[in-house]
Design a protein around this ligand. Structure first.
Ligand SMILES: C=C(O[C@@H]1C=C(C(=O)O)C=C[C@H]1O)C(=O)O
Length: 260
């Protein structure tokens, strides 16, 4: 049988999910690749992946998107690794770089600037090395492992998970397991069981993974900040976020089907 082509985000917060998948009975059926989120999105869109952990912001760009798992990369309030950094208060920032690794958080940042902070700095597309340009009146959105330690480097740090929660009272979903093709029920069951098993073994991962910084607790990050369950409140948040994107793009794209 052909192996399924799976693409997942290359950041630390995906490791519990990958640990579960690779140690599961279906581990051998998976042809796994890791990419930055914007590339995961591109690979699913191009048909280079059968199933991918993708930024939810690209769901409206897909033909017949299916969310095939009860697990995701989410947060209930503070997430720690999706933040706007600046040396001036955000209201004084004239320009803001939008991380090129990201698809969801660049949209979330724009939503929050408009609806929550009521600010309109000039938005700049980022390129490799842009973090060095943050300073003065220039702010920057940064996601993933590159954020670790940046809170000590810059005077201000605005956590997008926390701001979204203050704005809506809801958790948030950054990335979800999405497919544009159908999988049979036994595979989906095995896939979800594998993810559940990974999340339940987080305690082990702190011994297996190198800590990215001396004062960074992987266990705290995986259990207190990242929230893996795609529960009802996160579904509501996802619906709200995708409705905002539809409105912004002036397109009434159907909501993704849940098949899990
Ligand atoms: C919480 C995070 O969410 C990430 C943010 C994404 C985005 O902005 O497009 C995509 C995937 C997630 O892994 C993170 O990686 O720090």
């Amino acid at each position: 049988m052909d192996r399924y082509r799976i693409t997942a985000v290359s950041y630390l917060n995906t490791k519990p999910l990958l640990y579960g998948l690779l140690n599961s009975p279906i581990g051998g059926q998976l042809n796994l690749e890791l990419n930055i989120p914007s590339d995961c999105a591109q690979k699913l869109k191009n048909g280079q992946a059968d199933l991918a952990l993708v930024p939810v912001a690209i769901i409206p760009e897909l033909q017949q998107p299916r969310i095939i798992s009860r697990y995701c990369i989410g947060a209930v309030g503070e997430v720690r690794t999706v933040c706007i950094y600046s040396d001036c208060p955000l209201e004084e920032a004239e320009t803001l770089y939008l991380d090129h690794h990201s698809r969801t958080s660049v949209e979330l940042a724009q939503l929050l600037l408009k609806e929550y902070w009521h600010l309109s700095p000039a938005l700049l597309p980022a390129q490799e090395g842009y973090i060095r340009k943050i300073g003065g009146r220039t702010a920057g959105l940064v996601i993933g492992d590159r954020t670790i330690g940046l809170d000590k480097k810059f005077k201000h740090c605005y956590d997008l998970g926390e701001a979204w929660q203050q704005h809506t009272g809801l958790p948030f979903v950054f990335a979800a397991w999405v497919s544009t093709r159908e999988f049979d029920a036994p595979f989906l069951q095995a896939f979800n069981d594998a993810l559940a098993s990974g999340v339940s073994q987080i305690q082990k991962l702190k011994y297996l993974l190198p800590s990215p910084a001396p004062d960074f607790s992987l266990e705290e990050y995986f259990t207190r900040y990242i929230s893996y369950q795609l529960d009802e409140a996160k579904e509501e948040a996802l619906h709200r976020f995708l409705s905002y994107l539809n409105e912004k793009q002036g397109a009434a794209k159907p909501m993704p089907v849940f098949q899990r």
